[in-house]
Design a protein around this ligand. Structure first.
Ligand code: ZN
Length: 491
């Protein structure tokens, strides 16, 4: 339950929220950023470690080329300018899960800057600036539960120490919690398309902190901001921001002052609460990392990485709309993941009528998936199956009704369409004398409706079609039924 402070609509309307987001994304490299230890999630504690990631004296970091490639790919996908030279820096602070006493990050010379992404906003699109994207290593993890003595002891797992991250910092261009949600959704979608991260929030592969302040509408100067940390879902970030905006407006309206501080979000209570004030904040004393050379990316290596950049979701949607004659809503559903989009395209290209494939996904697949609480990636019917069913309807081998029944069976049995079709092979009646026989019976049994039809009430046609289809158990070819029925009714 979200409990927001009591703020009148009028008070809220007087202020404009200013939001900036910092997103950490774990890169999907096999090994860590400065050593050859595995990055695998879920290994027993402290088994993926070596002198480098344990921070032992004298151990030297060696930069992982793949981590650089992945970071550059992400930066390109986010329309950033890649700096030819970027510098690794030591960010000094003490924390039990940081054995070196500093984190290797990038500071005043980051890998990339000046990017942007578009998000849907109101009727159109809004461009959100990306200040910078830099590479850094992750810290270890403090474990506060799961041990016999957890009540009074904290354990440290350093498997995560040295796992490569990119930090993506947005401009404070975001002006509502909804926009923040859209930004994160689009950002995640783009990163997933590049394949450089799985963006799995439960496993911490994507983490987000939000900076938020409010200011009277029309005022240029920014208000005092607070930082909300460690929120573990996009929905909770939106809720936390909604709460925090109202909290700040409430304080200002009652003549108070916002304190610059770090706050945490309690999803159960729907409230943010203070973690530490700025007075206790760190001065990181950044300085260039002496054990690593500046990272230099020449044009040739950037061009090579650029060649690996796949078509991104926005471009793909635009192309699919024009290429397959589908709506932008269809395109949105079909590009939910890159795998799905690729499968759809492969199927649509093979099918006789690509538009029908898209329509079937919309009209027959999405609803059934929703009813079962499945995501489109978990569909029992593959895109290949959808394409086959579209072709069967297109050629008149099965009717729309049969297709629906077959789809139901696929979901019941959790089997793909080709399998179910092969087993059931519903036979459509295309023998005109057999259909005529059914029509004759139906007409004979419904003299009153026949009279209405002949008196000019042509809408009764629908009734007759329904009766004939029912009598044929849905197997009569609908087009033939329509043709033969019109002839017979006209007498
Ligand atoms: Zn290591």
């Amino acid at each position: 339950m979200v409990t927001t402070p009591e703020i009148s609509v009028g008070a809220r309307a007087k202020y404009e929220p200013v939001i900036g987001l910092e997103v950490h994304v774990q890169l999907l490299t096999v090994t860590k950023i400065f050593c050859s230890c595995s990055t695998r999630f879920g290994a027993p504690p402290n088994t993926n470690v070596c002198p480098v990631c344990l921070g032992l004296p004298g151990a030297l970091p060696v930069l992982n080329r793949k981590a650089v490639e992945f970071a550059v790919l992400a930066a390109m996908a986010l329309n950033c300018r890649i700096n030819e030279t970027s510098i690794f820096a030591r960010k000094n602070y003490f924390y039990p899960d940081l054995p070196k006493g500093y984190q290797i990050s990038q500071y005043d010379k980051p890998l990339a800057e000046f990017g942007w992404i578009n998000i849907p906003s109101g009727a159109g699109e809004k461009k959100i600036g990306i200040t910078r994207l830099h590479l850094e290593e992750d810290a270890g993890k403090s474990l506060h539960e799961g041990f016999a003595d957890s009540a009074d002891t904290t354990a440290i797992d350093l498997n995560r120490s040295g796992v490569p991250l990119i930090e993506i910092v947005s401009e404070p261009d975001i002006s509502s919690p909804d926009e923040a949600y859209e930004y994160l959704t689009r950002l995640k979608e783009i990163i997933l398309y590049t394949g450089v991260s799985d963006c799995n929030m439960e496993e911490g592969s994507l983490r987000c902190d939000a900076n938020v302040s409010v200011r009277p509408r029309g005022q240029k100067q920014l208000g005092t901001k607070t930082e909300i940390k460690n929120v573990n879902s996009f929905r909770f970030i939106r809720e936390a921001l909604e709460y925090e905006v109202d909290r700040q407006v409430g304080i200002l309206e009652s003549g108070g002052k916002i304190i610059q501080e770090t706050r945490l979000y309690d999803a159960n209570q729907g409230k943010t609460y203070s973690m530490r004030s700025k007075e206790e904040a760190h001065d990181y004393r950044y300085f260039p990392e002496p054990d690593l050379l500046p990272l230099v990316l020449d044009e040739k290596s950037l061009a090579e990485i650029g060649n690996m950049l796949p078509e991104l979701p926005e471009a793909k949607r635009k192309r699919m709309v024009s290429e397959y004659g589908i709506t932008s809503y269809d395109a949105q559903v079909l590009t939910a993941s890159k795998t799905l989009a690729d499968e759809f395209e492969a199927a649509a290209k093979r099918a006789k009528n690509p538009k029908r494939v898209a329509n079937l996904v919309q009209s027959e697949l999405v609803g059934r998936l929703k009813a079962k609480g499945l995501d489109i990636g978990q569909s029992p019917i593959s895109m290949k199956g959808v394409a086959l069913s579209a072709d069967l309807v297109e050629s008149g081998a099965i009717s729309g009704k049969m297709l629906k029944d077959l789809y139901d069976l696929c979901f019941e049995r959790n089997q793909d369409f080709p399998e179910v079709y092969e087993k059931e092979k519903p036979q459509q009646i295309t023998d005109s004398s057999a259909i005529e026989k059914i029509i004759d019976d139906v007409i004979a049994a419904n003299a009153k409706q026949l009279e209405q039809y002949r008196a000019g009430k042509k809408t009764v046609m629908g009734f007759f079609v329904g009766q004939v289809m029912k009598a044929s158990k849905g197997q009569a070819n609908p087009q033939m039924v329509n043709e033969l029925l019109s002839k017979k009714l006209e007498g």
